[in-house]
Design a protein around this ligand. Sequence first.
Ligand code: PHE
Length: 339
Amino acid sequence: MHEQIKKISLAVMEKLKDADSLNLINDIRVKFLGKNGEVTALFKNLKSCPPDQRPKIGQLINDLRNQVELAIKEHENKVAEREKNKKLAQETLDITLSKKTRKVGALHPLNQVIEEISQIFIGLGFAVKDGPEIELDYYNFEALNIPADHPSRDEQDTFYINDNILLRTQTSAVQVRIMEKEAPPLRIICPGKVYRPDDDASHSPIFHQIEGLVIDKNITLCDLKALLDNFARSYFSSQTKTRLRPSYFPFTEPSVEVDLSCAICNGKGCSLCKGTGWIELLGAGIVNPRVLEYAGIDSKEYSGLAFGMGVERAAMIKYGIPDIRLFYENDYRFLKQYR
Ligand code: PHE
C-alpha cells in the first residue's frame, strides 16, 4: 500500500509537468480522483487491509487525495492564468499606432481678402452684387462709353467668344446691369473674376477685381476721396493716406488713379514704392453722365462715383507678395501662411 501511494503521488507530479492545457489537466483529475480513478481505487482496496492498519492507511490515502487535489488545483490555476494572459495579448489594442490626423482646410488667401474687403464696405452700407463672367460686349464696353473702334479697347486686350460675347475684362461690366435693374440711390460692390490675355509677375490671365459704385444726388470727388480714405485706413493701416492722380477711363469723368502711401517707408521712398513713397492701388472716378443715360438714370438728377480695385494687387501690397502667380500655384507652403 505504501509503495502504491508513493507511486501514484509521483505519477501525478510527472503527468502534471507535461499538462499544458486545462483539458489535459482535467483528464488527470479524472484519471486519479474520478469515480474510477486510481486514488479512488485505493479507498476501495482499503477493505483488503488488516483491520488494525486501516485507520492509519486510510489517513495516508486521505492525505494523498488532498495532496493530489491541491497539486492539480495549483497547476490548473497556473495554466489558466497563462491562457488568460495569452488571450489578452492577442486581443491587445496597439495604441502606439499613429492616428489619422484631420487636416483642417482654410479659405484661399484671395477669398479671405475678398471677404475682408467686402466686410469693410458692407459696414459702410454697401450691398454685394454679382454679374456674369461670360459677358455681352454691350455691358463690358458699349454701355461703359467704349464704342467699337474706341482706342481703349486695345488697352484691355480681350478674350472674345464671338463678336458679341466675351470674357469680361473688368467688373465695371456689372455697373450698367445693376443700374438697369435697381433704382438709385445705389451703393454696391461687385467682387469677381476678370480675364485679360496678360501673363507675367504682376499680371495673370484670370484675376480678381472689386468694383464699387455709388449713385445718389450730389456725389462728388470729395465723396470718392473720403470713401477710399476710410477704406484704406480700415484695410491697410490707420496711418495709410491716399492720393488722387488725374487719369482717364471712358466711363468716368473726371477719372483718377488712387495711390496709397507706402507702408514700408511711410512715404520716404523705398524699393517697394520705387522711391516715390506711393503705391498705385486702383482706378476710379465720377461716373460719366453718358453711362448713367445708357442705364436709364437721369444724369441731371443723379451723379455717381465708381472704383475698380485689383484684389491680388491689394493683397500683394498688404502682405508684400512679390509675384501674382503665387496665388494660383496652390503651393501649400504659400497657402498655409494665410490660414
Ligand atoms: N474698370 C477699370 C479697370 O479695370 C477700373 C475702374 C473702375 C476705373 C471703375 C474707374 C471706375 O482698370
